[in-house]
Design a protein. Structure first.
Length: 254
């Protein structure tokens, strides 16, 4: 029987501070749960919602991608404002559009970009509460940049994934890591570490960020990244940076 349903793609922004991650969990607030309830208000049912990548509790997203199938005749662009009527202020649908029938937000993605934000300043920042990892210590950005060069390319990132990660292996290709600073008047500065890889293991970005921070603080050398990779053991890498500093920036498709 021919499937006459339409395939709708959503571009979703959210502040994950008060959510237990993307994936629906009974009795807990999740981004998926919010979006599905909003869809139910519009469609009268909850469609299967496919997401590009599940984010952990506390992690944010600037442009998460999801898709669902529906037989509704609502114009594709109207889903955005309609869904936003039923979503909490921490979640926003920036775009909704009809895509090819075989598009799959998860399987079709080529790579993803994540940014880890650090705030370096004499006192904490109120505006970036639960948005940046805050430090009073002076951080050597140049050393972080040197360390990042050792992580580019295809590696076994076993040392940089959670011990309970259920992926079959940790071989990933890191296309690039950029480290950018920007002043935060009147005090302090932001240090943004952006990762671009074909895929990630559980907590991989956060462990990379925590390890690179230890380099910036003089606790490790940039060259130690090679030893960490070769060890293939979680204990060789640094701490797991807090979830709230991480934001999914972009999902890249063909």
């Amino acid at each position: 029987m021919e499937d006459c349903s339409r395939n709708i793609q959503l571009i979703i922004e959210y502040n994950g501070a008060d959510f237990s991650g993307w994936q629906r969990q009974d009795g807990l607030p999740t981004v998926q749960g919010c979006v599905e309830l909003a869809l139910k208000e519009i469609l009268g049912e909850i469609p299967l919602l496919v997401v590009a990548g599940r984010t952990d509790a506390g992690v944010h997203a600037l442009a998460q991608v999801a898709n669902f199938r529906t037989k509704s005749t609502i114009e594709d662009w109207k889903f955005s404002p309609a869904l936003n009527r039923y979503l909490p202020p921490e979640v926003s649908i920036h775009q909704s559009r009809e895509v090819k029938p075989d598009f799959n937000a998860r399987n079709d993605s080529l790579s993803k970009k994540y940014r880890y934000r650090i705030y370096e300043g004499p006192q904490r920042t109120g505006l970036e509460h639960q948005r940046a990892w805050q430090w009073r210590s002076t951080i050597d950005v140049g050393e972080i940049e040197k360390a990042a060069t050792h992580l580019i390319g295809e590696h076994d990132f076993e040392s940089f994934r959670h011990t309970e990660c259920d992926a079959e292996h940790a071989i990933r290709e890191m296309f690039g890591i950029s480290v950018e600073t920007s002043p935060r008047p009147p005090f302090g500065r932001y240090i943004d570490i952006t990762f671009h890889a074909n895929a990630y293991c559980r907590h991989m970005c956060r462990i990379l960020a925590g390890t690179l921070m230890e380099v910036g603080l003089g606790k490790r050398t940039p060259e130690s990244m090679n030893t960490i990779i070769e060890s293939r053991h979680r204990t060789a890498a640094g701490q797991t940076a807090p979830a709230f500093g991480l934001t999914l920036l972009e999902v890249i498709y063909p």
